[in-house]
Write a protein of this length. Structure first.
Lengths: 152, 152
DNA sequence: AAGAAAGTTTGTAATTATTCTAAAGTTCTT
DNA sequence: AAGAACTTTAGAATAATTACAAACTTTCTT
C-alpha cells in the first residue's frame, strides 16, 4: 500500500507533499483529525499553490470566506501543520512569523518595503563550502534570505 | 591563521567599524551624543569582542554592572547603533531579536537547543549562482542561517 | 558661563503577536 | 449509543517591543 505518491508523471517536483492525495488523507496521515476547521484552513492554504501567510492573514481570509475559526485555532493549526511537515515556518522579521506552503528545498527573497516573500527555487541558489558545524552538532536546516529593496 | 586576522596591514578587515577610534568618537561620528548610558552600553557591547545579545540580556548586564539604564533606553540604543552601522540585527526566532557586534560580512550557526548564535566568517561560506533579483529590485543583504542541533 | 535649543532618558501605558486555560463541542472507537 | 480522546474557543495571560510626555543632559549661542 505504500506506493505513496505513485508519481504518475515521475513528478519529482511533486515530492513529499503528495499533492494528489485528498486533503482528508493528508491530515489523517499526519495524525490529525479532519475537522471542519482544519479542512477549511487546509484548502485556503494549499489549493492556491505556493504561498506565504501570517496567522493574521489566514484568519482574515477565513473570515472573508465566511468560515468561523478562532485565532487560537489558526495558531494551533499552523503549528500542527508545520509539525506534520505540511508547512514550513519562516522567520524574517522580528515579531512576525510566515508560514510557507512550499516545503521543498528552497530559499527566499524578502521585499523589505512590502514585507513580501518570494520563493527562490533550490536549484537557483547554492552554497559552496558550507563550513563544518561545531563538534557534535548536526545541520538540521540552512535558510538563506536575500533581502531586496526598491529604493536606496 | 586566517588572512583576515592580521588586520593591521592595510586593514581591509578593520572596516567601517574603526575599532581603534575611542568610543566617544564613534558615537559622535554616528551623530549620537556620547551620553553616560550610550557610553556604558557601548563598552558592554564592544569591549568583549564579537558577541550576540538580546535587549533583555544587555539590560541584565547593565544592571549587573551597576549601571542604571532603563529598558526603553536599551531598545533605543540598540536601534540607534544598528541604524549607525555599529550593530547588526539578526532575526532567527520569532519574538526575539539578536544584535550582533560583528558588522563585517559573515553568517551564522544557530544552535536550536540553546538559542545560541555563532559567527561563520564570510570566507567560510559562499553562495554560488545567486539568482537575479526580481525586476527593479536591488539586493540589500543576504543572510544565511545554518541551524544545528545536538539531538535527532 | 548663562540661557536657550536640541537631543536623551525614563517610568509607565499601550501595542502586537502569540500562548495558555478550562469549559464546551466534535470525532472516533467499540 | 456511550465513552474516550481529541479539538475548538473565548478570554485571560505573557512576552517583546514601542509610544509618550515629562524631566534631564548635552551642546550651542552669545
Amino acid at each position: 500500500m505504500s506506493k505513496t505518491s505513485h508519481a504518475n508523471a515521475q513528478a519529482g517536483a511533486a515530492l513529499q507533499a503528495r499533492p494528489f492525495a485528498p486533503i482528508v488523507q493528508r491530515l489523517r496521515q499526519a495524525g490529525l483529525r479532519p475537522t471542519r476547521q482544519r479542512l477549511c484552513l487546509a484548502r485556503l492554504l494549499f489549493e492556491p499553490g505556493d504561498r506565504h501567510v501570517t496567522a493574521e492573514q489566514l484568519h482574515s481570509e477565513a473570515n472573508a470566506a465566511r468560515v468561523e475559526v478562532s485565532l487560537a485555532t489558526i495558531y494551533n493549526t499552523l503549528h500542527q501543520f508545520t509539525e506534520a511537515g505540511l508547512l514550513r515556518e519562516v522567520v524574517i522579521e522580528p515579531g512576525r512569523s510566515y508560514f510557507d506552503t512550499n516545503v521543498t528545498n528552497h530559499h527566499h527573497f524578502f521585499l523589505e518595503e512590502d514585507g513580501a516573500l518570494m520563493d527562490i527555487p533550490g536549484e537557483h541558489i547554492a552554497l559552496a563550502q558550507l563550513p563544518e558545524p561545531p563538534a557534535g552538532l548536526k545541520v538540521s536546516r540552512v535558510d538563506v534570505v536575500v533581502r531586496v529593496t526598491r529604493g536606496k
